[in-house]
Design a protein around this ligand. Structure first.
Ligand code: GLU
Length: 282
């Protein structure tokens, strides 16, 4: 079994990350497999260099080890470009020229919280006549690529995935609408990078927080279209604060460095994480 812990080096690890890392690590250990560490650093506007070493330091302190050299997604642009080109050739993505402001004015809220996308895209650029599309592409320096979710759904037919927490899940391809597959500013998206890398690293069990559950509908669809193997999933509950809100990177009081500075041992942090599980939402 291969699992992975995939933090973004945009802040310090907190108690919720520690729990996610333990789940990935313990699960791999239990099955005689290995856990990989992958830095999800495609959003170079938010990444800060010092967090790579800080994350590795925190994990070592917790007693968590990983196999091999951690991958950095920012080094893998060419692989993501190739996957994007394939989707483009299949006609399942289209260029989108809308600004955030335009979308905010027209969009509807999604039926389920998706943790990543916010609003559902109203599909404005999906119906753009081919000539206009070509003109806009020639004029604009850059644009986003969006999934044509309806078309992808037709192409893929019925899909399911196996989730440790929820059993067999039927894919709803249009749940998140026409999500961004490549952002205008960075040329890739979380959805594309995560799917390509989980396959490239032969991850067989994806463990991650329940906030990313809705995204898995998109991921399974992308795996099918890109001919990639489908891993198993385990969307585990999130660590919440006393008010029942999930921890955010800005909640410094739950950061591992803060807990360490208070004199807590890794064993006590693990206890605290387990305790916090009682406040978990799912
Ligand atoms: N990079 C994501 C995070 O820090 C995790 C993504 C995933 O596990 O698929 O929340």
């Amino acid at each position: 079994m291969i699992t992975r812990f995939a933090p973004s080096p945009t802040g310090e690890l907190h108690l919720g990350h520690a729990l996610a890392a333990w789940i990935a690590y313990d699960e791999a250990q239990r099955h005689g497999g290995s856990m990989l560490l992958r830095f999800e650093d495609i959003d170079t506007t938010r990444v800060r260099e010092e967090f790579y070493a800080a994350i590795e330091h925190d994990l070592r302190w917790l007693g968590i080890s990983w196999q091999g050299t951690p991958w950095r997604q920012r080094d893998r642009g060419k692989v993501y470009d190739a996957a994007l080109a394939r989707l483009r050739d299949m006609g399942v993505i289209y260029p989108c020229f809308c600004t955030r402001k335009e979308i905010a004015m027209m969009a509807q809220a999604p039926q389920q919280g998706d943790g990543q996308e916010g609003l559902l895209y109203p599909g404005t650029c999906r119906h753009m006549p081919e000539r206009e599309r070509e003109q806009r592409m020639a004029q604009a320096g850059s644009w986003a690529w969006r999934l044509d979710a309806t078309r992808a759904a037709e192409l893929c037919g019925a899909l399911t995935w196996h989730d440790r927490a929820r059993g067999q899940v039927d894919v709803d391809a249009t749940l998140l609408g026409d999500v961004v597959i490549a952002r205008k500013d960075i040329g890739v998206s979380y959805h594309l990078a995560v799917v390509v890398d989980d396959a490239a690293q032969e991850v067989s069990l994806v463990t991650r927080g329940a906030d990313l559950f809705a995204s898995t509908h998109v991921h399974v669809l992308l795996q099918k279209m890109l001919d990639l193997p489908q891993p198993q999933y385990w969307h585990h509950p999130l660590v919440c604060d006393e008010q029942g809100k999930r921890l955010a990177k800005r909640d410094q009081s739950m950061s591992l460095s803060h807990l360490r500075a208070q004199g807590l041992t890794p064993a006590q942090v693990k206890e605290k994480a387990k305790e916090a599980m009682r406040n978990m939402e799912f």
